[in-house]
Write a protein that binds this ligand. Structure first.
Ligand SMILES: Cc1ncc(COP(=O)(O)O)c(C=O)c1O
Length: 446
């Protein structure tokens, strides 16, 4: 006998299956008949990039929207990831990148980075597990959190992650209690007052402050392998003077360490802090000039933002318009969590259409996210056409860094769903006539 409870469950499951769009199959017939009369318009914004999304991303977004997608989503583009890796290897070939997972833990991205021999900077047990599940070897991870929990340290030891960092006596004693065989980098204070996210008020020591730390580490029998720093996050630009000072301080700590009898100091870790669209030519010149300071040493870095920001484009659907207010289905508790946490703004953002043309009849809207919170404000002044309607889409480029990772399901609202360009392109290949007539001839490039 079906119980009321089971009947309700069955009904809920049927509704869940139906709620993901207008049509269920990718077939041409199905999609055409499922397309609403009044096709949605899509407006493209620069988002956090200097440029608008490129044509292959726009094609993929259009394809997903025309499939009848209704929930917010973000599209991961591995071509861009590949170009970033190539850029890194061209300009900084002697520095091994350890991708800082904290910037974006997408499995699609991590899997690709792993295939391309990028290593990983992990900050917690969860990130270690994610890497281990991908088959990343422990020697290709650094546990670079300057303030670790005992259980995470135990886990790192169990997994065989050897390299970690410290910058205080308290942390040194904690590591000694839990994982005395860990190899250590001393974190140097690097000051950049222009960085959006600064670290120097919290982390790092001067060479003078490093002396008692190195002495205590010697007494406890630790292996000191070198130094690390982070110049601060969210700035574009060479920052020549800041890197130069940080590297001079690293050299001073190497000298102190060698005097104290450390014989295996062989690692310089320059951390993260590369801009989302950083021109690595300039930084490459600065850093290569410092190579001679550390003869025979290995160099590593922990880029987060640089390797993920421009790989993802975010798309949100209009849920309601009311006066000068508009509500979209992604907000401050979702992808746009970068507004409070990464200090970015979408005010006065101006869209283009699919062909890159300016959109007419723009008006300034207050844009809200989907939660019931009055503070869920994406922008107080975003430019959107005055005739925008429910079901239209706003699409933002370069939304891959510090966005999904800080989103939540506040109000029980679903987080943005990840789609990948490759997966979308595979559908194109198997169903080449999938697009409506006026869009034929456009193909997603893989
Ligand atoms: C220790 C450490 N390494 C790397 C990163 C990544 O920084 P970015 O995204 O600026 O490259 C961070 C960011 O918080 C960090 O704390």
């Amino acid at each position: 006998m079906p119980t009321v409870h089971n009947m309700m469950l069955g009904r809920a499951n049927r509704l869940i299956r139906r709620s993901s769009g207008y049509g269920f199959r990718f077939g041409k017939q199905k999609i055409r008949s499922a397309m609403p009369e009044n096709a949605p318009q899509i407006f493209y914004y620069r988002g956090l990039s200097k440029n608008y999304p490129d044509v292959k991303v726009k094609d993929a977004v259009r394809h997903i929207v025309h499939q009848g997608k209704r929930e917010c989503f973000h599209l991961t583009d591995l071509h861009t990831a590949e170009n970033l890796i190539r850029g890194w290897r061209q300009h900084l070939p002697w520095i091994q990148p350890y991708y800082a997972i904290k910037a974006n833990p997408s499995d699609v991205l991590l899997g690709y980075f792993n295939q391309r021999n990028v290593s990983f900077d992990v900050a917690s047990m969860k990130e270690m597990i994610q890497c281990a599940q991908l088959g990343v070897r422990p020697e290709n991870m650094i546990f670079s959190n300057p303030c670790k929990t005992e259980s995470d340290l135990e886990f790192a030891e169990g997994l065989g992650i050897e390299l970690t960092v410290f910058e205080s006596i308290g942390e040194l004693h904690k590591i000694h209690q839990v994982y005395p065989k860990a190899h250590l980098l001393v974190r140097i204070k690097a000051v950049d007052k222009d960085a959006q996210i600064q670290f120097s008020h919290r982390f790092g020591v001067t060479p003078e402050e490093a002396v008692p730390l190195l002495r205590e580490a010697k007494r406890l029998g630790f292996e000191i392998r070198g130094t690390c720093f982070h110049v601060g996050s969210g700035v574009e630009g060479g920052r020549e003077a800041i890197y130069k000072k940080a590297l001079d301080d690293c050299r001073a700590v190497f000298d102190i360490g060698e005097e104290l009898g450390y014989q295996n100091m062989d690692t310089v870790d320059i951390g993260g802090g590369f801009g989302a669209e950083e021109d690595l030519t300039i930084i490459g010149r600065t850093l290569s000039g410092a190579k001679d300071l550390f003869p025979g040493c290995r160099w590593m870095a922990e880029p987060g933002r640089y390797l993920c920001a421009s790989t993802q484009t975010a798309a949100a659907r209009v849920m309601l318009t009311k006066g000068n207010q508009i509500t979209i289905n992604d907000g401050l508790y979702g992808t746009f969590s970068c507004i409070p946490y990464d200090f970015v703004s979408f005010d006065d953002a101006e869209p283009v259409d699919y062909y890159g043309n300016k959109v007419r009849n723009l008006k300034s809207w207050v844009v809200f996210g989907p939660s019931c919170d009055g503070g869920d404000v994406v922008s107080n002044s975003m430019l959107i056409p005055d005739d925008v309607k429910v079901g239209d889409w706003l699409v933002f480029g370069s939304m891959g860094a510090y966005t999904q990772v800080s989103s939540s399901d506040f109000n029980g609202i679903k987080r943005s769903e990840e789609r990948s360009l490759i997966e979308v392109a595979q559908v194109f290949q198997s169903e080449p006539n999938i697009l409506p007539k006026h869009e034929e001839g456009r193909q997603i490039m893989v």
